[in-house]
Unconditional design. Structure first.
Length: 340
């Protein structure tokens, strides 16, 4: 890997989002330096960030989603998928946008008001069904919102704190060997997210959230959940089946081997990065990093294997080499100490 050549490529002016994040997160340039401030201003006024902000300006709530899914789900912003409020926040948080931007703050406040359930004391979405309304308690969604809002400076909000506590208290870490109770918040084997088997994304998103929460969140219970989450992911060697050790985790719903731009669930880069950020060092992480390095193309760059669609503006083109994915890989390598 030619580190200098890769960095030169990431710093080119044709992708201001990648340039800004490379300066700040890989090269450790001061946030108040002229170069960084100019790069951030350019990022905020160019795609994909500008397209997401334009979408927010046009209206946070999608009226077609109201008609199809009900007002509650549309107001929460989980629908339309990848263009609703919560997805836009997730993507903007990944981009590292200016948290003081008025549109960004308006989006965060909207989500705190409409995507948080006082009934459940966590982020949840109420979908309209034929038989009334169904409260979807999605741990991956909760983790994404905790991480995104903490990244945007909202860690002190009670809604964020309560959602993190909910995950700490209720997240499962079994490997399919637990008889799921029918008592709240579980619904036996019927529930998609809390059913017959621990949702892998529920665990990895909790770890992701843990990379952003402040010290005050670290109760004894949170530390124990951190330990159990790490053990669960290491049981799977990050990207491998725990029951069939020679088989990669690769299902329609769960496939961390596909590198994403931007991420909605997690991929191998994000899982490894979360563990490294939390101070975990283990041979399974090294093996996953080697797996990721082998996915580089002949130019030593990485492609986007998966991109969410439809989206306000893509971070990359599926199946093509991607500056954003390459930046993410480089950030992971920096955490591992491989860019020194």
């Amino acid at each position: 890997m030619d580190k200098v050549a890769l960095l030169d490529w990431l710093l080119e002016a044709d992708d201001n989002m990648v340039r800004y994040n490379t300066l700040v997160n890989i090269l450790d340039e001061p946030g108040d330096s002229t170069e960084v401030l100019e790069a951030r201003r350019a990022m905020m006024s160019s795609r994909p960030v500008s397209a997401i902000l334009k979408g927010i300006e046009a209206g946070i709530v999608d009226e077609k989603a109201v008609a199809h899914w009900g007002e509650s789900a549309a107001m929460a912003g989980y629908v339309p998928k990848y263009r609703g409020a919560v997805w836009r926040l997730l993507f903007l948080a990944q981009a590292g946008v200016d948290p003081d931007n008025l549109q960004v703050r308006s989006l965060c406040e909207h989500i705190l008001e409409h995507a948080y359930s006082e009934k459940h004391r966590t982020f949840a979405v109420s979908f309209r069904t034929r038989n009334g309304y169904n409260d979807a308690m999605m741990p991956c969604f909760m983790g994404n919102m905790v991480w995104s809002l903490c990244s945007m400076g909202y860690a002190e909000r009670p809604e964020v704190k309560s959602s993190f506590r909910f995950l700490v208290e209720h997240q499962r870490f079994d490997d399919g060997d637990w008889k799921t109770p029918n008592t709240y918040p579980y619904r036996g084997r019927r529930d998609r997210c809390w059913g017959a088997h621990t949702c892998y994304w529920g665990v990895t998103k909790l770890l992701k959230a843990m990379t952003a929460v402040p010290d005050a969140y670290w109760t004894a219970e949170a530390l124990d959940a951190k330990r159990r989450a790490i053990e669960f992911v290491l049981l799977h060697r990050l990207i491998w089946s725990s029951h069939s050790p020679d088989r990669l985790i690769s299902t329609k719903a769960t496939n961390p081997t596909r590198l994403m731009a931007p991420f909605t669930s997690d991929d191998a880069v994000e899982i490894a990065s979360s563990l490294l950020y939390l101070g975990v060092r283990y041979e399974a992480i090294d093996a996953t990093i080697e797996y990721i390095k082998e996915k580089a193309n002949v130019n030593g760059r990485w492609q986007a294997d998966k991109t969410p669609s439809p989206i306000d503006a893509p971070f990359a083109k599926k199946g093509q080499e991607s500056k954003w994915v390459t930046y993410r890989v480089m950030s992971m390598l920096k955490l591992e100490g491989m860019l020194q």
